[in-house]
Design a protein around this ligand. Sequence first.
Ligand SMILES: C[S@@+](CC[C@H](N)C(=O)[O-])C[C@H]1O[C@@H](n2cnc3c(N)ncnc32)[C@H](O)[C@@H]1O
Length: 194
Amino acid sequence: MRYSEIINTLKIVKDMIYKCVKDGQVVVDCTVGNGNDTILLARLVGKTGRVYGFDIQKKALDITKESLACENLDNDVRLIHDGHENIDLYIKEKVDFIIYNLGYLPKGNKNIKTNKDTTLKSLRKAINILNDNGIILITCYIGHEGGLEEKEEVERFLKSLDQKQFNVVKYDFINQINYPPILYGVEKSKTRRE
Ligand SMILES: C[S@@+](CC[C@H](N)C(=O)[O-])C[C@H]1O[C@@H](n2cnc3c(N)ncnc32)[C@H](O)[C@@H]1O
């Protein structure tokens, strides 16, 4: 099967990152893992921007630090060894873009995974630090234990957001087997100044 545009969630996420993330922005990777998104974000925000990255696995952060060094990316990347539910303890400024790739690290320990309670705690805080026209992308996986419950909590929360303040979109490959990931995108509207 060959498609060129609507290929998979990963491609949609990547396209959105390229479209939304700009030089000089402050952005957050809430699930660093192997650092693929962190590295792309670092490249796109450049020397004048800043990337915050969270992961509860130190190994993931170490791998990402090494990859950044290998690519000579000495941009302002702050890798934080803590859960994204504590995002407010580390980020004291407004941010333009936040990404979550939930679940467990592929080829890693499947027992170390995001869960509905901490994800929701984090999302509630993330919404508050988002700049006008800021974007949040959340990829949910439902094939593993706890994944469906997590996705349902995420969706329930996103559905409750006031449409005057946020636009929320859902991408779901509804004719695919094997539980394809589901992507949510959130954009905060520009605050009207009277
Ligand atoms: C699907 S992986 C992320 C993959 C990553 N985006 C990449 O490019 O490789 C999910 C990651 O979330 C991390 N994680 C689990 N719970 C977390 C939490 N509460 N806060 C931050 N990271 C968490 C896991 O350790 C794992 O590395």
